[in-house]
Every structure is written in structure tokens, then in C-alpha cells.
Design a protein around this ligand. Structure first.
Ligand code: GLC
Ligand code: CA
Length: 558
């Protein structure tokens, strides 16, 4: 069947997220860079991805690894030059891979010329590009997402400026039309360089409540997250995007499935958004199991909200802000790491939407076991460590902190990509800016490339499935057994095509009872992460089935 599958290229696509600092270093300074990415285009092509999202590569003092931008129209020299960027875009395009960039427009760096000007005085034209208190007093006790007050005092002005994230990331004032025009000019400039779209950072924070608003007790960031009235600015922004044939993916914490069509419907602000409902379920105590019912509920809600052409989902289980998915949603013990990584991949890559794979996820890279405080780099990790350590550096406390960080820190997903088993995992010939996970001796691309049953090859199979089965792109979604505590069962269907996905998300065997609509003789097993288990290689789906730990089964209706 060679019918045109969708109206938009990005609906058929599989995306890959690159954290440039940790992907591939081309010049031996220990820092990943643009030319390093260029070296690996062949790898991306072989994996089957259609576009890449690059985390910020703009000029930045790197307080928050590039999310504090000091010049939007310059490349950070540690990543290369504008020429390198142009070449990367060209070469990616020549290989059929599109490139989208991170767009950080809720805030800038405190080193951005606009902010430096803004601090010179109230008469400066850039003063109003940022958000200020009227007096020396802080207008409220709102807490920033990175900890501490959202207000930072500037003695020379006897006023405070507002920041949702670190104090080195002052928020831009979206109420200011000139500021918006400056941002829109910059956006057009980048799109004119030939990039294919943007992932828009922290965009649900651009509107703030009036200062006297109280934070919700269960949600300290409510006064500046998805605040009523934000649509006015998002509409203006999307009008700029619509001048181009691009893809836009908004990072939209606090946006609920009920609001989904407003954000990503056919007239929505973005083509897709990264919602936070399912990913926030990773936070669990050490021994607590994954909330399988909650995960199905959250994912299912978004699937249903955007079904029937009303919008489009961005599918993801991992990114640079959360620990590794195999460690939190899967199981990173030697017995189950590979199998659970494949189970998770099966579960989310076959849902409706455009899947995003975060670098290393396709190898089942787990969290890092940090062994020294100075191995941690992330600004939020450092703040947390400072609070926990207090005045004294006690050895026992240090051990506890390292244990905690090895499970919760964003640094877990920022260790260098593991290309092979050599000393620095072929990431760099110099000293990597961040410690390489010692497990690269066994978990790496070189090895998984040749091993037929590797996680990497399993990802390739899943990507190939998406490319060949129309039902996976345009098909609808229905799930069964929503209350089952271990197994996720859903079906994708389109006209006569039907595909059934069964995934056990726990380390215990599970019994399931399937509904009459799927029980029957007409199925064949298309893909599984447990080929050695012959019992499921059946064409008959029985009403009762036993699903092995982390087993994933994909059946197609004949
Ligand atoms: C987003 C980014 C995160 C960054 C924050 C502030 O959440 O994904 O990495 O720290 O915005 O820009
Ligand atoms: Ca480098």
C-alpha cells in the first residue's frame, strides 16, 4: 500500500533528541560539538530517524547548560561556529534528516546585552524587556522552579527582577510589544537559515499571575504556569511559525489533556507539545513499583484527547531533564535491563503521535552511579546538594547525597553517549566534561550494532514498523484492562487494519483476561522482546494469557 499517509511530514516521522555537549566530541576538548554530530549522521540515518532536536547550542555562560542564552544569533564557541551549523544542516538534509533547534524565550541569561542594558536604569529602552518589582520589597513569596525566591535584588536599582528558573535566567516581559517583536525577528532569522522547526522551551511560563496571587498548596509554581491569558502571546508566536513550513513542539508543563486541542488542535499554538502528566510519575520511592495504572491513565487520556485528527501527540519517555527511563520506569538490574528497555520502547513507540528518542535511550543506558560530588554538574543538583550538605562536609552525608543524586539528578541523562568500549567510550579523545558511565564497557553502540537481539536493533525494528504500518501513524487508539496493575494492553485500528500491543511493565508474571473483541484466531505475532518464549508465538489469542516479566507482544490482525 503506497497511499500518502498523512498531510504533514512530521506525523510520519521519528525524532531523536541530541544533547550536543554529551553526544560526540570532534576536537578532543572533552565537549561534544556540532562537528561531532556531523560525524554521526550515518548512525542516525541507520537508526531510521527523520529529524533531530538539538538542545541549545547558542552563546551562553552555561549556568544551565545553554538554557541561559547571552546571544541568540551566535553559536557557543565550545560547540563550533555558525559555518559548522550551516554545514550540519546541509549534511543532515542531504541524508534526509531534518533539524530543529531549542527555542528558549521565556528568559535569557543575565549576561544577555538586553539584560545588561536593562540594569542600567528605568529609562533604558531595554529595562521593560524584563519583569521588575516596584520597590525594594519582594512582591510575593513565590518559589522558583530551581529553588529559592523568584525575585532577585539589584542594589543599584533598588528593585528586584523576576526569574522562574535560576537567578542567572531573568524572565522576559511578554507584556512588552517591542520585546516580542525582537524575539519574533530572531525566530525568523533562524528559520531563514534553513532549520526545520523548534522545540520551544518552558513556554507555559511566559504569562504570570498578578503579584498578590497565592500559590496553590499542592503546586508552588501555579502562579506562573499556564496562567489564563497566555493564549494572546501564544497566538502571536504561532502566527510567526505559520509563515514557514516547519514543525513546532512546545514544552508545556501544567497543560492538561482537557486543554490539548487549544494547544495543539488544528488551530493550536503548536504542532505538538511535550505534556508532563505521565513523565511526572517517575518520582517514586526507592522500592515502590511503577504506578502502571497511573501511567496508562495519563498516556491514554492524551491519546484520546487528540484522536480523530484533532491534534497530534509528542511521545517520549526520556529527555535531558529526567533520569534514565530504564532505571525509573523499567528495571536496570542485569537480569531485566535489556528486556524492560524493550518493553518500554514497545509501549510508547507504537502509540499515536510522533515518538522522540533521547540519545542513549536506544541502548538502554541506565542511570549513573555517581561516586564523587564533583561529578555532578546540573545547576539544580548543585543547589540541592548545597542545601543538603549544610555547612559541614560529612562523609556519611556525602554518601547519602551521592545515592540520592544517582537516582534523581538530571545529570543521569547527561553523561556522554557510549559509542564503544574504549576508555572514553569513543565520545572524546580528551578528558570528557562529565564522567563517562563505567558500564560503557558492556553498554555501547559498537556492541549493540552487531548483536542481533540488542536493544538498538529492537529500536530499529520498531521504527521500521512505524514506517511500514499505516495503522501506527493514522490509526485510532483504544486501551483494555485500564485497572490492571501490571500490563498495558492497547489496540491501534484503522479501517480493517488492527494491531494489538501487550506489555507487562513489572518484574512479575501477570495474568490477563482479554475482551471478546480481541480473542480469536486471526492474529499473528509481529514483534516480541522474548523470542525464546515459544508459548506466545500463536495465532490464537486466548481469553486468558500469562505474560512473562517485562514481556512485550505485538500482534497484527490477519
Ligand atoms: C526546560 C529545559 C530545562 C531547563 C529549563 C530552563 O525545562 O528542558 O533543561 O533547565 O527549561 O530553561
Ligand atoms: Ca569539542
Amino acid at each position: 500500500m503506497t497511499k500518502k499517509r498523512t498531510d504533514k511530514w512530521w506525523k510520519d516521522a521519528v525524532a531523536y533528541q541530541i544533547y550536543p555537549k554529551s553526544f560526540k566530541d570532534s576536537n578532543g576538548d572533552g565537549i561534544g560539538d556540532l562537528n561531532g554530530i556531523r560525524e554521526k549522521i550515518g548512525y542516525l540515518k541507520d537508526l531510521g530517524v527523520d529529524f533531530v532536536w538539538l538542545n541549545p547550542v547558542y552563546q551562553s555562560p552555561n549556568v544551565d547548560n545553554g538554557y541561559d542564552i547571552s546571544d541568540y544569533q551566535a553559536i557557543n564557541p565550545e560547540f563550533g561556529t555558525m559555518d559548522d551549523m550551516t554545514q550540519l544542516i546541509e549534511e543532515a538534509h542531504a541524508n534526509g534528516i531534518k533539524v530543529i533547534m531549542d527555542l528558549v524565550i521565556n528568559h535569557t541569561s543575565d549576561q544577555h546585552p538586553w539584560f545588561l542594558e536593562a540594569c542600567k536604569g528605568e529609562d533604558n529602552p531595554y529595562h521593560d524587556y524584563y519583569i521588575w518589582s516596584d520597590t525594594a520589597e519582594k512582591p510575593n513569596d513565590w518559589q522558583s522552579i530551581f529553588g529559592g525566591s523568584v525575585w532577585e535584588y539589584v542594589p543599584s536599582l533598588k528593585k528586584n527582577y523576576f526569574h522562574v528558573f535560576a537567578k542567572e535566567q531573568p524572565d522576559l516581559n511578554w507584556e512588552n510589544k517591542q520585546m516580542r517583536e525582537s524575539i519574533f525577528r530572531m525566530i525568523r532569522w533562524w528559520l531563514d537559515q534553513g532549520i526545520d522547526g523548534f522545540r520551544i522551551d518552558a513556554i507555559s511560563h511566559i504569562k504570570k499571575s498578578s503579584w498578590e496571587t497565592k500559590a496553590r498548596p499542592d503546586w508552588p509554581h501555579s502562579p506562573f504556569t499556564n496562567v489564563k491569558g497566555i493564549g494572546k502571546y501564544l497566538k502571536e508566536l504561532s502566527a510567526v511559525f505559520k509563515e514557514y513550513d516547519i514543525v513546532t513542539v512546545g514544552e508545556a508543563s501544567g497543560v492538561t489533556a482537557e486543554e490539548a486541542t487549544e494547544w495543539v488542535g488544528n488551530d493550536g499554538y503548536f504542532n505538538m507539545i511535550f505534556e508532563f502528566e505521565h513523565i511526572s510519575l517517575w518520582q517514586r520511592d526507592k522500592n515502590e513499583a511503577v504506578d502502571v495504572v497511573g501511567l496508562k491513565r495519563a498516556l491514554g487520556r492524551w491519546q484520546r484527547a487528540l484522536d480523530y485528527g484533532e491534534g497530534w501527540n509528542a511521545l517520549y519517555m526520556e529527555n535531558h531533564d529526567v533520569p534514565r527511563s530504564v532505571s525509573v520506569f523499567g528495571n536496570d538490574t542485569p537480569q531485566y535491563r535489556a528486556r524492560s528497555a524493550k518493553a518500554l520502547a514497545t509501549m510508547y513507540l507504537l502509540l499515536q503521535g510522533t515518538p522522540f528518542i533521547y540519545q542513549g535511550q536506544e541502548l538502554g543506558m541506565p542511570n549513573m552511579t555517581f561516586t564523587a560530588i564533583d561529578q555532578l554538574d546540573d545547576v539544580t543538583a548543585k543547589n540541592q546538594i548545597k542545601d543538603l550538605l549544610g555547612e559541614k562536609d560529612q562523609a556519611t552525608k556525602t554518601l547519602e547525597i551521592l545515592e540520592l543524586m544517582s537516582s534523581v539528578s538530571r545529570d543521569n541523562s547527561r553523561t556522554p553517549m557510549q559509542w564503544d568500549w574504549s576508555d572514553n567510550a569513543e565520545f572524546s579523545t580528551g578528558k570528557p566534561w562529565m564522567a563517562v558511565n563505567p558500564n560503557h564497557k558492556t553498554i555501547n553502540v559498537a556492541q549493540q550494532r552487531v548483536e542481533k537481539s540488542s536493544i538498538l536493533n529492537y529500536y530499529k525494528q520498531l521504527i521500521h514498523l512505524r514506517k511500514t504500518k499505516e495503522v501506527l501513524v493514522s490509526g485510532h487508539y483504544v486501551d483494555y484492562l485500564p485497572k490492571h496493575k501490571q500490563v498495558y494492553v492497547y489496540e491501534r485500528f484503522l479501517e480493517k487494519e488492527r494491531l494489538l500491543v501487550i506489555v507487562n511493565l513489572t518484574k512479575d508474571e501477570a495474568e490477563i483476561k482479554l475482551p471478546q473483541t480481541v480473542v480469536g484466531k486471526d492474529w499473528s505475532l509481529l514483534l516480541t522482546n522474548s523470542v525464546e518464549d515459544k508459548s506466545q508465538q500463536t495465532t490464537v489469542i486466548a481469553s486468558k494469557m500469562t505474560i512473562a516479566p517485562y514481556q512485550a507482544l505485538v500482534y497484527v490482525h490477519n
